[in-house]
Design a protein around this ligand. Structure first.
Ligand SMILES: Cc1cc2nc3c(=O)[nH]c(=O)nc-3n(C[C@H](O)[C@H](O)[C@H](O)COP(=O)(O)OP(=O)(O)OC[C@H]3O[C@@H](n4cnc5c(N)ncnc54)[C@H](O)[C@@H]3O)c2cc1C
Length: 503
């Protein structure tokens, strides 16, 4: 009889774990507290418009890349049109000054040199590194935990042409690299691109390198459609998904995970348990803090968490093409949005390019900014009226800012929707409403290169998802689950296999 794997959470990680478990002959059952697949990778409908809550760009959208194979296995990209903007971002200061951050490094170099001639040398260095890392071979086929000495040698050989640049770029942060530029505006832009200046320069180069090769597109239909395709693959492979099924405990016996308890009191037995849910909930609530790996403890105590965000979305009665041909446009502000906090930049996205997002001739605009003050939101949300008022005020201020970019914007608005860190926490249970996870700075990289996916004193249990594959993101979620099932197969002395669905 096939062994049974119980998976907690139907985000991208949970769904992927179920797919790979089925491909390898395990029975797989997923328990999800919400009534939808996708977790953070989601969209929601309002008055015939679709508001997207996740994907800006998808690593592996381009055929032939290592992540594309993963998406094919999960049935997520077949027959799915991908949209590619000419520019990654446009930065504007609202006084007519605009810098276009092209995806293509040659065009980017030309643009930056024309706007910041005094920084020619460092612009050249940056763009050469982007071109170099566009060929970077992502070692994703096997989890590090299963590497043999032979695999290490193989990897070293593949990585040899990158040694010098890897050494340089993995030891400094994006912010430190940005300091090399003499123009303060350019310093600011470089620090802003990944939303976090403390990431290593390497993470920036890998992202921009992928963009340079033509990867990093936007999947037609958006995040929920993408998640639903993986849900469909799961079901076709024979996995069962139980929605509105919140897990409140993981059962253990003699040092082994043996089952789960649902909120309604139902107990379900399984041979293996995989948690694809929030790490803090898993360790401290579902397992009562009995099995904490020292590295996990250290992460919670000492490592910075990626901030949550506020997203204000508008259904608008006309197409304005606000973001031109870019993924998004960064708008300089310095407005006090809430709690007398200055917000320097707003990220404006316009979904006019995808006709499935709005009725003909209309569009959806989203405006986001980082917010790491979870306590403030938590307190505010205790008083419904005050919380609603704060959201309304933020939306109003955002509208004023967009008016500067596009006079008359207010008059086109048909409805407004505001998501705060509380919204992200409420729908997915993620700690502090985060949607990426740990910011592993170069000084901590060696220590946290691999976050443990198993726990001390608890056999037959695995962790998967963005929390154990920092900094998070959709590819990380799927990849960590592929790796976990590879580890599970190794434990059962099975050869791991993956398949691509017949189209
Ligand atoms: C605004 C925004 C923009 C983003 N942009 C991008 C992007 O451009 N590219 C990219 O790659 N990524 C992006 N991301 C990040 C990406 O969406 C996430 O990192 C990824 O989807 C995380 O997947 P996961 O499966 O690990 O976790 P989650 O999506 O959090 O899934 C966890 C699931 O577990 C469920 N769960 C939790 N507790 C329980 C319980 N007790 N019982 C049952 N179920 C439970 C939750 O409901 C959820 O469905 C973005 C996210 C946001 C919010």
């Amino acid at each position: 009889m096939a062994k049974k794997v119980l998976i907690i959470g139907a985000g991208i990680a949970g769904l992927s774990a179920a797919c790979y478990a089925r491909m390898n002959g395990y029975d797989a059952e997923v328990y999800e507290m919400h009534d939808l697949p996708g977790g953070l990778c989601t969209s929601w409908k309002r008055y015939g418009y679709t508001i997207d809550g996740s994907i800006h760009w998808l690593m592996g959208s381009k055929p032939g890349t290592s992540f594309h194979r993963l998406w094919e296995e999960l049935g997520a990209v077949q027959d799915r049109k991908m949209y590619y903007h000419d520019a990654f971002y446009i930065f504007t200061d609202n006084h007519g000054q605009e810098v276009t951050w092209y995806r293509n490094a040659d065009k980017l170099e030309e643009e930056l040199k024309s706007k910041f001639p005094e920084d020619e040398k460092n612009i050249e260095l940056l763009c050469n590194l982007i071109r170099k890392f566009s060929n970077f071979p992502m070692p994703i086929d096997k989890p590090y935990e299963l590497y043999s000495i032979f695999d290490f040698f193989k990897m070293m050989k593949i990585m040899r042409p990158f040694f010098k640049d890897l050494k340089f770029s993995s030891r400094i942060t994006i912010g430190e690299f940005a300091e090399r530029f003499s123009n303060p505006a350019l310093r600011e832009l470089v620090s802003l691109i990944l939303g976090e200046r403390d990431f290593s320069l390497l993470s920036l180069l890998v992202t921009l390198g992928a963009m340079h090769t033509g990867d990093g597109g936007f999947p037609q239909g958006g995040s929920l459609e993408f998640a639903k395709a993986i849900e469909k693959r799961c079901i076709e492979l024979g996995a069962k998904i139980h929605y509105r099924s919140k897990v409140i405990k993981i059962l253990e016996s003699e040092g082994k995970a043996v089952g789960i308890v649902l909120e309604n009191g139902e107990k379900i037995k399984g041979d293996y348990i995989i948690s694809a849910a929030d790490l803090r909930t898993t360790l401290y609530d579902l397992l009562d803090g009995k099995h904490i790996h020292p590295k996990h403890r250290e992460l919670f105590e000492k490592v910075k968490l990626f901030p949550s965000m506020v997203q204000v979305s508008f259904g608008v009665g006309k197409q304005m093409n606000l973001a031109k041909n870019a993924t998004g446009i960064w708008l300089k502000t310095s407005r006090e949005f809430f709690k007398e906090r200055k917000i320097d930049w707003l990220l404006v996205k316009d979904y006019s390019f995808d006709p499935s997002f709005a009725p003909p001739g209309k569009s959806v605009i989203t405006v986001g900014f980082a917010s790491d003050d979870y306590k403030y939101w938590e307190k505010l949300s205790e008083e419904k009226e005050k919380y609603a008022e704060a959201k309304e005020k933020i939306a109003d201020e955002v509208i004023e800012e967009i008016e500067k970019l596009h006079p008359g914007f207010r008059a086109t608005i048909q409805f407004t929707d505001v998501a705060t860190p509380i919204t992200y926490n409420h729908y997915t249970g993620n700690w502090k409403g985060t949607f990426m996870t740990w910011i592993i700075t170069p000084d901590k990289e060696k220590k946290f290169r691999n976050i443990p996916k198993t726990l001390p004193g608890l056999d037959n249990f695995w962790l998967t998802g963005m929390w154990v594959q920092p900094p998070g993101g959709i590819p990380s979620a799927a990849l960590s689950s592929r790796h976990v099932i590879q580890m599970l197969c190794k434990k059962d002395k099975k050869q791991f296999r993956s398949t691509v669905p017949d189209t």
